[in-house]
Ligand binder design. Sequence first.
Ligand code: F6P
Length: 352
Amino acid sequence: MAEMRIGVLTGGGDCPGLNAVIRAVVRTGHRVHQDEVIGFLDGWRGVLEGDSQELDEERCRGILAVGGTILGTSRTNPFAVDGGPEQVMRTIACKGIDALIAIGGDDTLGVADRLGPMGLKVVGVPKTIDNDLSGTEVTFGFDTAVQIATDALDRLHTTAESHHRVIVCEVMGRHAGWIATYAGIAGGAAEILVPEVPFDVDEVSERLRRRHAGGRFSSIVVVAEGAVPSDPVIAADATAISSSAPVDQFGHARLGGIGSWLAAEIERRTGYEARVTILGHVQRGGTPTARDRVLATRFGVAALEAVHDGAFGTMVALNCGDIIRVPLAEAVGNPKTVDLHLYRDVAGPFMG
Ligand code: F6P
């Protein structure tokens, strides 16, 4: 007789390390507690539609190093569907689920938090390459995205140097500049532009001109997909290109394109040949770094233990090297923006 019947889902954008969490939940559940684990497919969609599969150790064999999620994911929001929250609660009851582990970012865990008062026993696991979730020092997936972006910058340096070009590299991160800042520091970028600090395209161009006049004949500019020019008129022009109408059930616009706009503007102002590389989903795909595998595994084990301790309505989180539990409400609704000390005082002196 199983000790508990535990549901698990992965929601939002996929992220390297999701499978490591699933594997940790299933293994710890089976080996330590004799739990049954049920995976809901495609995030909250699977819960809404009762679409699930039993997860055993066999199903989780060999997935530790595999990117993506064996459960699939979606940006389905039960609160955007008529009667959605009630349907979620019906599925949980029908399937005999004692508790749910939701692996996601702000949107997925925001839903989990809102379902708590309706009676859902839920524990959250913080996931996103963007690292913009509050309550935890870091989310799993971030390290991998930074490593991929850094590798790309290393490669862009040699081609930029050979052609004496400015190369603008656009990275993901939504409205937070974590990936841009970390990869920009690690990859030796001449400019790092983040959403938290609007940039002046004339000043960026002037700094590049000074840099090239000082004997450097190539430059790498890292721009976060959510970065915006400080001049409101120019910003309107740039945002029209880089942000499309709301496309998901959480009302998020799709970002992307500021890099192309910026490269053209730099070329126009400086006369230097400029090119753009938009890294896009490459940053989210493929195998997680060792650091992300370890963190994801620790989060999975901790989430399972939180369920057995009855610590519902919490999210497992990293704090000074330890895994702690924070209220879900503390983690959601208030994105964690980039550390300005890191951006200004550590990255700053290397720019220009
Ligand atoms: O939140 C992760 C993320 O990769 C963001 O950096 C990016 O803006 C967004 O997801 C892209 O979403 P989608 O894969 O739905 O286009």
